[in-house]
Design a protein around this ligand. Structure first.
Ligand code: F6P
Length: 327
């Protein structure tokens, strides 16, 4: 197999803090190995439109500390079509790009997998999503920063909850995954944590809140993943609690996209740097159709099919800890 001489890099799907650090690492590792690198703007959209720019070690200066992605990102509908992917392939050939590093989530890897099958084009992926819902890696780039953002926000909400003796329902991101809710919930001392992987049921939530009141708690925080069954309409849930537990005054905070922005944490910068170098190493070993992740603090590669497989698994031990410490 011919090893790559010119590597294209793109970010796709939802942005995540640390994507810039990952791009920087890929570009610098390429330079280190005397390979050329090309930035592709707006993910697969830019690939289809040929929106490319040559990069070198200096083009990625002063970005390790910046949130978002300077290459911009998109959720491309055109890349789901055969015509779109054919255009993308033609543009890669025209620009002499012979391998790709794609940074994103499961949608990105699914698209990349189809492309590899159709055109036998080498692609390596990096997990970049705040949701941490990718198999084959303990952490995805952006997750740690998002957790810190959520905990910081809930710490502030707690001041008001405590001053007014209120119950706050705080909605966090995670369409299909409860990792943010569970970990930030533990870190911020939440009374209850509602996640998509486990349907608690409205009645059990009422029972638990009722017990909290009786045990002497004056204020409470409930953290709810946006994908949770009973929390899907958080305002309705707030109304339901107020109607059934008259002793509670309830307020709702939806944290939304502040969770995706901001300077990456040190952990995310280091993770992104390790994975970025790992991606170039993998391409130079002749690997393709794999995601570079971190397992037990070791950089590893897993097939895309593994990375995007099945539903998110939640650590039962964390659920147990959350139950015990919220007593
Ligand atoms: O996948 C990351 C994520 O932030 C999810 O947690 C959330 O459901 C979704 O993206 C929101 O997507 P968008 O920014 O396109 O509305």
């Amino acid at each position: 197999m011919k090893l790559p001489r010119k590597i294209g890099i793109l970010t796709s799907g939802g942005d995540a803090p640390g994507m810039n650090a990952a791009i920087r690492a890929v570009v610098r590792a390429s330079t280190y190995y005397n390979l050329e690198s090309v930035g592709i703007y707006r993910g697969f959209e830019g690939l289809i439109e040929g929106d490319f720019k040559d990069l070198d070690a200096r083009s990625v200066k002063n970005i390790i500390n910046r949130g978002g992605t300077f290459l911009k990102t998109a959720r491309s509908k055109d890349f789901m079509t055969v015509e779109g992917r054919k255009k993308a392939f033609d543009n890669l050939k025209k620009a002499n790009i012979d391998a790709l590093v794609v940074i994103g989530g499961d949608g990105t890897f699914a698209g990349a997998s189809v492309f590899i099958k159709e055109f036998n084009f080498p692609i390596v992926g990096l997990p970049g999503t705040i949701d941490n819902d990718i198999n084959g890696t303990d952490y995805s780039i952006g997750y740690d920063t998002a957790l810190n953002t959520v905990v910081e926000a809930i710490d502030k909400i707690r001041d008001t909850a405590n001053s007014h003796n209120r119950l706050f329902l705080v909605e966090v991101m995670g369409r299909d995954a409860g990792d943010i809710a569970l970990n930030a919930g533990i870190g911020a001392g939440a009374e209850e944590i509602l996640i998509p992987e486990q349907n608690m049921g409205r009645e059990r939530l009422l029972e638990s809140l009722s017990r909290s009141k009786k045990s002497g708690k004056t204020s409470s925080i409930v953290v709810i993943s946006e994908g949770d069954q009973i929390g899907k309409n958080i305002f309705q849930l707030a109304k339901y609690i107020e109607e059934n537990l008259k002793e509670y005054e309830v307020r709702v905070t939806v944290l939304g996209h502040i969770q995706r922005g901001g300077a990456p944490s040190c952990y995310d910068r280091v993770l992104a740097s390790r994975l970025g170098v790992g991606a170039v190493d993998a391409l130079l070993r002749g690997e393709t159709n794999v995601m570079i992740g971190i397992i037990h603090n070791r950089v590893t590669s897993v097939p895309f099919s593994e990375a995007i497989k099945g539903s998110n698994e939640i650590d039962e031990e964390l659920i147990r800890v959350a139950d015990i410490i919220s007593i």
